[in-house]
Design a protein around this ligand. Structure first.
Ligand code: CUV
Ligand code: SF4
Length: 626
């Protein structure tokens, strides 16, 4: 069979080469399966199909020739809004449930129920404990851990009326949320309420459903996700700037290669410890390898990249490609964004897939379940399995294309403030003078509907050229890293103002702030900037973009950004076009509600123009040069 034209699928020559290898070796990839699914269902793409009960399933004819109401009488607006609401609920549930795992870990630390985890950043633990109003003078770190964990675990339910970190939002934003009735209570409550509202015959009005969707998203952005970030810093250390590398070429031909994929540092940090163990390294050598090599994929990769400098092998669409190199002994996964296909791809090579979470089993994978008491021992077991697997590697099938690309990571808000001398003043000055005209969070996934990494990289290049600072997370951050945008030398690609700032501080124009849950760092930073200027977040010259998003979590992030006052550009259309009401609200009506909207623009250059216009108008409104 003739090879497809891989150049259209990805900007990366290494991925092209591995797609050819996969093709030659008869391995099916995400791009093959996407093709096999085409044409995608038009009703579903527009959000016009409903499976919420078994009087249906129902669908609305978008051209007006067929049925305009489901069996229950729901019209296009209701069906689209309900579907969107459930999408947001699933996204919020995922990131916040990850946050809950961190809170439970901190509680176990506080109660002395785990020997495997501890507190690496006591100063941050103390700061966070004091921030929530607990007197720490007579508390030991363990007591602080217990008190803070208990208070934040209460955030997931509903009893307090609002989640703790709403207190971090600027007062104007809090007043707006209160007025709209969207101040987030716990994520558990908001998600349950969304499932309730979207049952047949409950909330049958698009605007009301969308407002609740916003509330759900806020309970994640200022609740579960923010807790995930803050407590990960407490337990595993707050990231500080450091250098590492990215690309599939971080895999090593002569070493036992272990990849971690998924989301939560609770698992990946344990492996990061285990691979440094001299005894295990000796075992690897005895098996004929020159050592143990650990690298990350996707968000848990971002977690250990930010904190430990562990190299990054690639992003979402490259997870199968990593296996196709033939050089990966083992991929350890926890949860989220792990394509079930990895098991099938691994079966074509010697690679083992190891699942670790009681919440995420994969048919055909090896399950080695981690908990707070056995994590260190299980991590060793996983490394030993990888070493054993190395013996069955077929060197003739190994092909690791490309070279590792250097990057800088570790830009937590604490690190940014530290680099600025402990205050936001220099950043504010740079924004006021126009040397930094604004800041944009370029975030989110990869999606085979978009040319791999094209959206992220082209948008970011265009933004920095316009003196707009980029903060990135998730798979977008990996894309920028692999494209060489995350080294100080990339300042050469920036406009004169941003370039000068980067050169003075020795930082890249594209700052890595972490994994997807770490978008909460961006929210927090925006709140601090808004407070410093005595304005609402919606008045800031900032924006967000998810050019290649695919996941429900990304939709939730986009919505909490908008509900927090941040203009957000999506490169992939969400399934809402079947309803004029919902679409109009998303791309214009929300401006009057939240002071920000979504825009949909697949072309990164045009997206940069939209963002530039937005930043221009926000600067002018603040009395600054455009
Ligand atoms: Ni949570 S959500 S593909 S791992 S950024 Fe990567 Fe990031 Fe999207 Fe998933
Ligand atoms: Fe059809 Fe209404 Fe049931 Fe949805 S809830 S499947 S529109 S009858």
């Amino acid at each position: 069979m003739a090879r497809p034209n891989y150049k259209e699928l990805t900007i990366r020559p290494e991925v092209e080469r591995l797609l050819e290898k996969a093709h030659d070796e008869g391995v099916e990839t995400v791009w093959d399966r996407k093709k096999a699914q085409e044409p995608h269902c038009g009703f579903c793409e527009l959000g016009l199909s409903c499976r919420n009960c078994v009087m249906g399933p129902c669908r609305i004819d978008p051209f007006g020739h067929g049925p305009q109401r489901g069996v229950c009488g729901a019209d296009a607006d209701v069906i689209v809004a309900r579907n969107f609401g459930r999408m947001i609920a699933a996204g919020a549930a995922s990131h916040s449930d990850h946050g809950r795992d961190l809170a439970e870990t901190l509680l176990a630390i506080g109660e002395g129920e785990t020997a495997d985890y501890g507190v690496r950043d006591e100063a941050k633990l103390k700061r966070l404990t004091e921030e929530v109003g607990i007197d720490t003078t007579s508390l030991t770190p363990k007591q602080m851990a217990k008190a803070l964990a208990e208070l934040l675990l209460d955030d997931f339910g509903c009893r307090k009326g609002q989640v703790t970190y709403v207190a971090r939002a600027p007062s104007k934003r809090k007043e707006l949320w209160a007025k709209l009735g969207v101040t987030p209570r716990g994520v558990d409550r908001e998600v349950v309420e969304m499932m309730h509202r979207t049952h047949m015959g409950v909330d049958n009005e698009a605007v009301s459903l969308l407002l609740h969707a916003a509330r759900v998203s806020l309970s994640d952005g200022w609740g579960g996700s923010m807790i995930a970030t803050e407590l990960s810093d407490v337990i595993f250390g707050t990231p500080t700037p450091r250098t590492s590398s990215a690309n599939l070429a971080v895999l090593k031909k002569d070493q036992v290669n272990i990849l971690v994929h998924g989301h939560n540092p609770i698992v990946s940090e344990m492996i990061a410890d285990a691979v440094r163990d001299p005894g295990l390294i000796a075992k690897a050598k005895a098996a004929g390898a020159s050592g143990l090599n650990l690298a990350g994929l996707c968000c848990t990769g971002n977690e250990i990249l930010m904190r430990q400098g562990v190299p990054m092998a690639g992003n979402h669409l490259m997870t199968e490609m990593a296996i196709v190199t033939g050089a990966v002994e083992l991929i350890m996964v926890d949860y989220q964004c792990i394509m079930p296909s990895l098991v099938q791809v691994a079966a074509c090579y010697h690679t083992k897939i190891v699942s670790t979470s009681p919440k995420a089993h994969f048919a055909g994978a090896t399950h080695i379940e981690f908990n707070l008491q056995n994590a260190k021992a299980k991590a060793r077991e996983v490394v030993e399995l990888a070493i054993e697997t190395f013996k069955s590697r077929n060197p003739d099938r190994v092909d690791i294309p490309g070279t590792p690309v250097e990057l800088m990571t570790g830009f937590s808000n604490e690190a940014v403030l530290g680099a600025l001398g402990g205050t936001l003043a220099p950043l504010l000055e740079a924004i006021k003078s126009g040397s930094i005209r604004g800041a944009v969070g370029v975030v989110g996934c990869g999606n085979p509907r978009v040319k791999h990494d094209h959206g992220h990289v082209e948008l970011t290049k265009a933004l920095i050229k316009k003196d707009i600072l980029v903060l990135d997370t998730g798979c977008a951050a990996v894309a920028h890293g692999m494209s060489g945008l995350k080294v100080p030398a990339a300042a050469e690609l920036a406009g004169p103002g941003l370039k000068a700032v980067c050169q003075a501080l020795g930082i890249p124009p594209v700052l890595h702030v972490g994994s997807c849950v770490d978008n909460s760092r961006i929210m927090h930073l925006c709140a601090l900037l808004a407070d410093a200027l005595s304005v609402d977040i919606s008045a800031l010259p900032v924006a967000a973009a998810a050019m290649e998003w695919y996941s429900e979590k990304a939709a939730t992030i986009g919505l909490y950004a908008v509900a927090s006052g941040i203009y957000t550009v999506l490169g992939v259309v969400p399934p809402i076009l079947g309803s004029k009401t919902v679409t109009n609200l998303a791309v214009s009506g929300l401006e009057d509600v939240f002071g920000a909207t979504f825009a949909v623009e697949p072309d990164p250059i045009k997206a940069a123009e939209l963002i530039d216009n937005r930043i221009r108008s926000k600067r002018l409104a603040l009395g600054l040069t455009p």
